[in-house]
Design a binder for this molecule. Structure first.
Ligand SMILES: Cc1ncc(COP(=O)(O)O)c(C=O)c1O
Length: 422
């Protein structure tokens, strides 16, 4: 056959770069992966889940979790989740932004990110992303032919001056009509660990509003709060929902995967109209509702108190693992490598001195492989943006799935690889 039967999307969608890293970890015995974004295995809530499932599946009450549900998701779960969010944001549960009717439950927040992209973007449209951003989302963008523009980062989130400059450049180039949203991983970000300051969210929202007139349509702020509950230092901060006049421009997504069990994959979001209606229609086509059994499992975990207890324990556990990584970095990594102490999430982002590259073909990556350790090369976390070169001297180190011993040993190995290369 001369031609492929694949669609444009099927042909265009590239292999996720992370699959190679995952395969490498499985193939090489003794390899320590500080690349995986997995969570901590030993602390997964096995006993709690078994108890909840067995009590859920008793008698007639056990029928409902085994039946189809609604497209929007379990009403009780939406109500509890919306109330929790209002509380976290210090708002009244009756505030418009936190109405359960605005909420959609999805198969992981990943499904919601995918659906949102499908309802907002046509090929050639533009998304503003943090520079660097969540590489799986960059994959969705690549697959849909979405053009990315990276917004530079500072220690407390995006550089608002650079956001403004980018918006202005798009306006001058007549491209603002193609711009649909700004995507922020706003709490303990994947990959940088950065939390966006409240003032920056407000500033970004204001700037997007200012350029809407020239765009001729709303420009949304997509706030991905996947790591919000994995905070182990500092105070929680308000989401962008609190500063969205009329609840019209902020899309908030988050997940029960990270704070409870990544195998359960229950995600959720609060969406403004008309996005909610469109997302429900598309979700209806995808699967007409997230697995009811898993939604009710999370509902039970929330109402019984098991969830809250688990999150408290996880915070302490990740604080310990993060400290172990930080101590190992201080011990084994040269001082001219720059990194920041994480206050939550699963990652440390490290920047090498100018002359040291970190990509998959770099001397450092190869030296690390010889030492039997891998990291996520930083260049994989940058969108394809024709207005700048992708930086190539950073790496993401995860303290999520490796044991404390392997975190220490993995960093020691990285230290040896760095000494060979520097
Ligand atoms: C920033 C970010 N958003 C969303 C997700 C998706 O998580 P889930 O689909 O399990 O909710 C992840 C997972 O790693 C993530 O890192």
């Amino acid at each position: 056959m001369k031609r492929s039967a694949l669609s444009q999307l099927g042909l265009r969608t590239a292999e996720p770069p992370i699959s190679w890293l995952m395969a490498a970890a499985l193939e090489k015995p003794g390899l320590i992966s500080l690349a995986a974004g997995f969570t901590d295995n030993p602390s997964l809530p096995v006993t709690q889940t078994r108890e909840i499932v067995s009590s859920m599946l008793r008698g007639k009450a056990g029928q409902s979790p085994l039946q189809y549900g609604t497209t929007a998701g379990d009403e009780k779960l939406r109500t509890i989740t919306a109330r929790r969010l209002a509380k976290m944001d210090g708002q009244a549960t009756k505030a418009r932004a936190y109405q359960p009717g605005r909420m959609l439950i999805t198969h992981g927040s990943q499904q919601l990110l995918y659906i949102l992209t499908e309802i907002l973007f046509d090929p050639g449209d533009i998304m503003l992303v943090e520079d660097p951003s969540y590489f799986v989302y960059l994959g969705i963008m690549q697959s849909h032919g979405i053009r990315g523009r990276g917004i530079r980062m500072e220690a407390d989130g995006i550089d608002l001056a650079h956001l403004e400059k980018t918006l202005e450049a798009l306006k001058v180039a007549g491209e603002l009509q193609r711009l649909k949203a700004l995507y922020l991983v706003s709490y303990h970000s994947n990959p940088t660990g950065i939390t966006t300051a409240v003032a920056k969210k407000a500033g970004a929202l204001k700037l997007l509003r200012r350029y809407e007139k020239a765009a001729g349509h709303p420009i949304y702020l997509l706030e991905d709060a996947a790591y919000r509950e994995l905070r182990f230092a500092d105070e929680d901060t308000s989401s962008a929902l609190t500063m969205d006049r009329g609840s019209k421009r902020v899309i908030y997504t988050s997940t029960y995967s990270k704070p409870f069990a990544t195998g359960v994959r229950i995600g959720y979001g609060l969406l403004p109209e008309p996005l909610l209606a469109a997302a429900l229609r598309v979700k209806g086509n995808h699967d007409f509702g997230t697995t009811n059994l898993l939604q009710q499992l999370i509902t039970q975990a929330l109402t019984s108190g098991a969830y809250e207890k688990h999150v408290q324990m996880l915070r302490k556990r990740y604080a310990k693992k993060a400290s172990a990584m930080v101590a190992a970095i201080q011990r084994h990594i040269p001082e001219d490598v720059k990194w920041a102490q994480p206050a939550g999430g699963l990652y440390v982002w490290a920047r090498m001195p100018t002359r040291v590259k970190t990509d998959l073909n770099s001397k450092l990556f190869k030296a690390a492989m010889r030492q039997k350790m891998i990291y996520v090369p930083g260049n994989l976390c940058y969108a394809d943006d024709p207005t700048r070169r992708k930086p190539n001297r950073e790496m993401r180190l995860s303290f999520g799935s490796a044991s404390i011993r392997n975190i220490e040993e993995g960093i020691a190995r990285l230290g040896r690889a760095l000494k060979r290369v520097m």
